[in-house]
Ligand binder design. Structure first.
Ligand code: NAI
Length: 304
């Protein structure tokens, strides 16, 4: 289908933005968009995720005021721009851009994109925050794949400047231009990357996690030692296990598995049994209170 008849919105600050998925990434992206002046509609199928996102954003914004990084009163103003949607998705029809940040699963994302396309205006730009899936495959679920692109934010989204902008095979160049301009307006540094598994950063990062897990499995060093070595001697801000706990072991495992399969079972990207068992045990990291480290009150570390 041709994009010639479609006019894409200019995505200025008065354009409402929809965000689907209120987890780790969706809530952070909502904060960024609302801080830049947009009305934001944040949707999640899980009402608890929405409640937790609201409480998290309130706390974070209040803290920014306390630290003098936001003028007094701005916290309530920014939060007031975010509408939390559990089931009525009609407000999404007014959005010029929708950013999806749901589970890292191709079928789930394709179903969502096909459904979204029926609910939004013809020119609405649809973005996926996928870390490792094919943007082209997600877009293929749409009647108008030219409006779909990847906008890959990093965690935590309000603090990390890089955003990978990933056109799929059919994405209109105008959509890429609008998205780049918007990311700059949000204070981000957009980098266009080709639609290949893991794009730039997640591909480079796989061996960082993978080798750390192999070092652990081979009994060469334990979790805190590996993290300490990479922080203190390697110059990284966080060690690999601290980072996996921050990202979420479920997401990290899924990304590795996707890259491994997408690169035709390339051994360099093979996922780890240790991480697979952690996911099965619900030890997802900070978000469940326990991962490689125990974040619960009174806990001793590393997690036994
Ligand atoms: P998360 O597990 O923290 O949150 C996902 C949220 O989506 C959950 O609240 C869940 O209830 C909701 N959800 C699931 N299916 C839904 C649907 N059909 N409709 C509406 N809501 C739905 O996941 P996280 O970490 O925020 O990741 C989201 C996406 O962002 C994934 O594609 C991931 O690969 C990507 N990403 C994750 C990063 C990280 O560090 N965690 C970094 C960059 C990208």
């Amino acid at each position: 289908m041709s994009s010639l008849s479609i006019t894409f919105p200019d995505l200025s600050a008065n354009t409402p933005v929809g965000i689907i998925g209120a987890g780790t990434m969706g809530r952070g992206i909502a904060q960024v968009a609302a801080t830049s002046g947009h009305s934001v509609f944040l949707h999640d199928t899980n009402p608890q995720a929405l409640e937790s996102a609201r409480a998290h954003l309130k706390r974070i914004l209040e803290r920014l005021v306390e630290k003098g990084k936001l003028p007094p009163g701005q916290d309530a103003e920014i939060l007031g721009r975010i509408t939390f949607l559990s089931d009525d998705l009609k407000p999404l029809a007014a959005c010029g851009l929708i950013i999806e940040a749901i589970v890292e699963d191709l079928a789930a994302k394709q179903t969502l994109f096909a459904q979204l396309e029926r609910q939004v205006a013809p020119g609405t730009i649809l973005a996926t925050n996928t870390s490792s899936l094919s943007v082209t495959a997600i877009a293929a679920a749409c009647q108008h794949p030219e409006r779909v692109l990847g906008l890959h934010f990093f965690n935590p989204a309000p603090l990390m400047p890089l955003v990978e902008v990933v056109p799929g095979v059919a994405t209109a160049s105008e959509v890429v231009d609008r998205a780049r301009t918007l990311m700059e307006a949000w204070g981000k540094t957009p980098v266009v990357a080709r639609d290949t598994p893991g794009f730039i950063v997640n591909r480079v990062a796989r061996p960082f996690y993978g080798e750390a897990l192999r070092i652990l499995e081979e009994g060469i060093a334990d979790v805190p030692t590996i993290d300490w070595a990479m922080r203190t001697l390697g110059g990284f801000r966080m060690g690999p296990f601290e980072l996996m706990d921050l990202i979420g072991n479920d997401i990290n495992y899924r990304v590795t598995e996707t890259l491994w399969k997408a690169f035709f079972y390339e051994p360099r990207y093979r996922p780890s049994f240790t991480q697979q068992r952690m996911v099965e045990a619900g030890r997802l990291g900070r978000k469940t209170g326990i991962g490689f480290y125990d974040y619960r009150e009174g806990a001793t570390n590393p997690a036994p």
